[in-house]
Design a protein around this ligand. Sequence first.
Ligand code: 47G
Length: 333
Amino acid sequence: DEQGTVATAATTEDTEWITSISVGTPAQTLPMDFDTGSSDLWVMGASTSGTSGHTTYNANTSTSAEAMSGATWTISYGDGSSSSGDVYTDVVTIGNLTVSQQAVEVATTLSSEFTSDTALSGLVGLAMSSINTVKPTAQQTWFDNIKSNLASPLFTADLKHGEQGSYNFGYIDSSAYTGSIYYADLVTSSTYAGFWSFVSNGYSVGSNTTTTTGSTAVTGIADTGTTLLMLPDAVVAAYYAEVSSAVDSEQEGGYIFSCDATLPDFTFNVGEGSITVPGEYLNFEAISTGSSSCYGGLQSDSGIGISIFGDVALKAALVVFDSGNSRLGWAAK
Ligand SMILES: COc1ccc(CN)cc1O
């Protein structure tokens, strides 16, 4: 009945959260982006081009690494980034919890978003193993491999603005949240199968409450690997209608506003309760250094196909990824 916890910390501007894992024997420590929106654990390889400045994984120096012959993988993400390569199995330890034969996908090709992001060595996919990209045989995520050893088949994400957060496996830290955990069942329809998906049937902008049921309800995914909160046009327009300086900028690819604007809170329903994202979390960053125009943390999901509750929303809550009960829990903190 194991339990584990591992620290996580944001890079500048809360763009992504980096968490250290150990791979191989002797252990190679790698800074990774835990991504509940995908299901491949991949790492930059020591001989991969474009990895200068990065910490990389070398299967050749790990006595426990074994090549998975004939296996390959290729993945592309919502932001247009991508990577691909071949597959090993090796020992992977996260927060003192060890999977002895974890599929470790080694990148041999990397898009520029990754070669330029020297903070990370790869991603740990924590969505459902059904969307793992390894061929000819899809591989299990680290969480699915460790799950049966855990006290409870769940993990939590506690991302924080401006301080260290944590991922816990196998237990819910009752001191990490206030009030109740509100649960919503995972959505199983084909578009959302494979993701930590839920339906939110209402939202508030500041103190103005809108109930969205039926076709106007928001179905989205909890995605630690996406920086922003990406919601339907109607919701986003209703939000920025309350920000007098806001414009939807073609040039900047989304809503911008005056950096000194006072932004309303954004509240979304989950099950019997709701989560409030403080207005200040919805000012993501200046559109360029020193600019007085700022880019919104809430943007439109048009073109993505699903709504995404990314880090801007997740860092306002303790989020419970409850595999055992096929549900997602959100609590204030
Ligand atoms: C370029 O960096 C990333 C690209 C894609 C993901 C997954 N949504 C995570 C990242 O950190």
